[in-house]
Design a protein around this ligand. Structure first.
Ligand SMILES: [Zn+2]
Ligand SMILES: [Zn+2]
Length: 151
């Protein structure tokens, strides 16, 4: 499905460098490798799977360090996490606006194109003090393989 080209990766790493500067984050070699590993992956990887890729380049790195850096990226808006419904952090690799379909059986998360939905709008304004950043709709159900009738 959404195959990421090499150019996209380079453009996003370049953007990341700029975003780090803007956020006042020091751009370390380690951070760049972690970010690159993330954008080269597909779907919604866990910190553990990102760690698996990063470790090939920085063998001495710990999972805790990768996790901490990913949290820093999220806190500074450099990357997004998928809504925390299953108690585990999952990172977003698709930078285009989209929604999610979560399989209730295998917990796999699928991207749903924004165009598939009517625009989502608030009927009333949010309570005082709330600031909306983005809107993401989650569909739940069975994916193609889990929905197959069992023989
Ligand atoms: Zn499934
Ligand atoms: Zn997604």
């Amino acid at each position: 499905m959404n195959q990421i080209s090499h150019i996209d990766v380079e453009a996003r790493v370049e953007r990341f460098r700029q975003d780090c500067r803007d956020a006042g984050l020091s751009l370390t070699h380690q951070r760049e490798i972690i970010f690159r590993a993330l954008v080269e992956m597909h779907g919604h990887p866990s910190p553990e799977s990102i760690y698996g890729v990063v470790k090939r380049q920085i063998p001495a790195i710990s999972l805790a360090t990768v996790y901490k850096n990913l949290k820093t990226f999220i806190d500074h808006g450099l990357t997004r996490e998928v809504s925390l419904h299953h108690g585990a952090l999952r990172l977003e690799t698709n930078s285009a606006p989209h929604h999610h379909f979560v399989c209730v059986r295998c917990k796999e998360i699928f991207d749903i194109d924004e165009e598939l939905l009517q625009p989502v709008e608030l009927r009333r304004t949010l309570p005082d003090g709330f600031r909306l950043q983005r809107c993401s709709v989650e569909f739940q159900g069975l994916c193609r393989s889990c929905g197959k009738p069992s023989s």
